[in-house]
Design a protein around this ligand. Sequence first.
Ligand SMILES: Cc1ncc(COP(=O)(O)O)c(C=O)c1O
Length: 344
Amino acid sequence: MNSINWDSLGFDAYRTRTIIFSKFSGGEWSPFEATENFSFTFDPFSQVLHYAISCFEGLKAFRQKDGRIAIFRPDQNAARLKRTADYLGMPGPSQELFIKMCEACVRNNLKYLPPYGHRASLYLRPILMGVHPQMQLVPYPEAIFAVMCAPVGSYYGEHLRSFAAVIPGNYDRAAPKGSGSYKIGGNYAATFKPYQLAHKQGYTELLYLNSCTREFVDEFGSSNFFGIKGNKYITPLSDSILPSITNKTLQEVAADLGMEVEKRPVPVDELAGFDEAAACGTAVVITPMSHIDIKPVLEEPGIERSYRYRPDGEVGPVCTQLYKQITGIQFGELEDRHYWCYYI
Ligand SMILES: Cc1ncc(COP(=O)(O)O)c(C=O)c1O
């Protein structure tokens, strides 16, 4: 292995040492195994390939200040994966199996766990795939559950810097009463093209509205949304957004800091009244937005409205404080009073 430059890590697929996996067939999960073979073999008729019967999770392991290793809130990811698996009609791993496999993945790839002091971590990517060869549109209890990992630094290339987002008038992410609140692969497929268009025009993120009426803010393509107004932390309540574990954590962090937390529908016009606006998630941590533009047609020139929060690149005081608080807990620099860290 070439030595890793822990300070220049981005957020990319990485060939570590092992993947941990288990197979579900005949009504049960096989004992999990570690493999150095980075390719899976399954039938070309497998449900995952044709019907996107696939869901995943994302969580991080941290080398803390005192040398201990902590996985951040794995019980929450286990519960969310189970919920998503149920939605897809797939067998999901129990919380115990999920956590044991995440732990095994960290232990088997310790060389790739960034040392303390680089603001980097080991991202764990559990994935559940329906592998039964089948044309009928019905679930079948046959699946592979695997946990892989990658050392990661900053999702957007720089920690705590603000970026620009765009609300695309001609693209939606999730249908009302659809799959938006589940972490299924198919939800992300719909974002690839608009991301490409947005990036070409200098926007880093896509902010989606509720697709039914387009009156309310839903979430970013990669993360949840929150806005800061005075002493308030405001985040959308919507049944078509992913229930973010980072957002849930930040709501508690904000309350601990004496802020008022509001989880409710956020009308688009309210974007004008925020002091700060940001994306939050495991990968993006807290990524503030310098401004958010509305473009009626993403691929054409023309901005309908623009909401400016900060000069490009700059970050507001509340986002800075929340960022320091959550990463401080993750790296063991601040007290973990809610017992969010799972030590291995
Ligand atoms: C669409 C979407 N929303 C929100 C999040 C944030 O969720 P979490 O904080 O659990 O990582 C993610 C991913 O992490 C996501 O992909």
